[in-house]
Each structure stands twice: as C-alpha cells, then as structure tokens.
Design a protein. Structure first.
Length: 106
C-alpha cells in the first residue's frame, strides 16, 4: 500500500482551512483525497498504530494529533494499546528500570 495520499491528507492538516474542514466533517475530508477504504478507516477511527504501520511518519501523525488535541503521550499509548495513564505509568517504570544503567558523570 502506498501511503502517499494518506500522508498528504495528514500533512495538509497544518493548514488552518484544511484543519477546520477536517474537524467540521472528517468523512468528507477523507473522501476529498484518493484514499482506499482501509486508509479512510484508519484516518476516521484515528487508528494511530494502523497509520504508523501503513508507513505514515511520526511527524505526520503529530499533525493529526494536534488537530484532534491529542497529546503525544496519549497517541503513543494508543499505539501500544494503552490509555494515557497506563502509558505514563509504563514510561515511569521504564525510567526507573533504566536508571540503574545510567552513567553518572561528575
């Protein structure tokens, strides 16, 4: 699957008028691009993991997240099948676990 049209739809969200059109009617916005059925579904369901697996860059995912007012932690959590709180807890656990491997520089 080529992710060009899907990437283009997300890239265009940086433009205020495109972002407004998306927020006003996401389905019409998706139909205005040459997206196949699966791409439209991922966009309309805000399927972060599916979008990433389809080849959409994290930069473009952040454009969608910003339009939807979804923060990075929530987006990354969704890609791992976690809600925001679960992912934040996971990050904290990782930080504690990895602290023992940190080099202390004086």
């Amino acid at each position: 699957m080529s992710s060009y049209d899907l990437s283009r739809a997300l890239y265009d969200l940086r433009e205020p008028n495109k972002r407004e059109a998306f927020l006003a009617d996401q389905q019409s916005y998706a139909h205005s691009y040459s997206l196949n059925e699966r791409e439209q579904e991922m966009l309309l369901k805000h399927d972060w993991r599916g979008l990433a697996e389809a080849g959409v860059s994290i930069y473009l995912l952040t454009k969608l997240a910003a339009a939807l007012k979804v923060d990075f932690v929530e987006m990354e959590g969704a890609m791992r099948g976690m809600n925001k709180q679960e992912f934040a807890r996971f990050l904290g656990e990782q930080a504690k676990r990895n602290k023992r491997y940190a080099l202390l520089l004086e």
